[in-house]
Design a protein around this ligand. Structure first.
Ligand code: ADP
Ligand code: MG
Length: 246
């Protein structure tokens, strides 16, 4: 078996991670190192464990075995808020009674970030995501695409280096999906942050990823650059899911 080259000082390092729900083994001794600034896509069919893996990294689930490092620090038993990550979900999860601006500032106020700093971060996020005109609106007055921009903004203002995205575009129509895909790519180019992005959409994976981790049944089947996976899938499953039809 060919070994992947080790990554020096990985931004996120997942070591021998297992997760069971009762007797069901959902993640099976999984290993993954993500380089600083890398855009990793977790790709696989529904139920293969993508969201579970992301939630483990975020600290929203207690793992059964293994260790998780973020920026060299063992965060396996750290609270989600202390892990230095920002997360964006498929559903927008905005507070409906708050304006966009309040939605962006809420977590920062709770964390005790000074007012001027909050204003600065919101202005920057609003500029990057082009949501300045929306700041005083409530989520109910926004389109799906605008809401998802605000959800991304909420991760952005946290000023963290690691973003976890769980199917952020799945609820959008095809046109918006391809627009936001381009924006996420540009956002990543600009911020150079580490991105772990979950999707079941092959096109999204191929266009966004530096490397794709193809998952099936709680196991990473192949971890490679999109072109490598496409041209040289390691097994029938990967070939069928993403590889060339040859
Ligand atoms: P994906 O995001 O790839 O679609 P998930 O990570 O959501 O897959 O789920 C992986 C497996 O774990 C599925 O079989 C799912 O039914 C199961 N699962 C997910 N969450 C729970 C839970 N809270 N309790 C029990 N089983 C769960
Ligand atoms: Mg999922």
């Amino acid at each position: 078996m060919m070994m992947a080259a080790a990554i020096a000082n990985p931004s996120v390092s997942i070591q021998d991670l297992s997760l069971n729900f009762g007797v069901m083994s959902v993640l099976k001794t999984l290993n993954l190192d993500v380089a600083e600034g890398e855009f990793i896509v977790l790709l696989g069919p529904s139920g293969c464990g993508k969201s579970t893996l992301l939630n483990c990294i975020a600290g929203l689930l207690d793992i059964s075995e293994g260790r998780i490092f973020i920026k060299g620090k063992n965060v396996t038993w750290e609270e989600p808020k202390d892990r230095g990550i920002g997360m964006v979900f498929q559903s927008y999860a905005l507070y409906p009674q708050m304006t966009v601006e309040k939605n962006l500032s809420f977590g920062l106020r709770v964390a005790g970030v000074p007012k001027e700093e909050i204003a600065k971060r919101i202005a920057r996020a609003a500029e990057i995501l082009q949501i300045e005109p929306l700041l005083q609106r409530k989520p109910s007055a926004l389109s799906g695409g605008q809401r998802q921009r605000v959800a991304i903004g909420r991760a952005l203002v946290r000023d963290v280096d690691v973003f976890l995205f769980d199917e952020p575009l799945s609820n959008l129509d095809a046109k918006l999906r391809s627009e936001l895909r381009v924006e996420i790519k540009l956002l990543h180019r600009r911020l150079q942050n580490t991105m772990i992005y979950v999707t079941h959409d092959q096109i999204e994976a191929m266009t966004l990823a530096d490397r794709i981790a193809v998952m099936k049944g709680g196991v990473i089947q192949q971890l490679d650059a999109p072109q490598t996976i496409y041209n040289r899938p390691v097994n029938r499953f990967v070939a069928g899911f993403l590889g060339s039809p040859a």
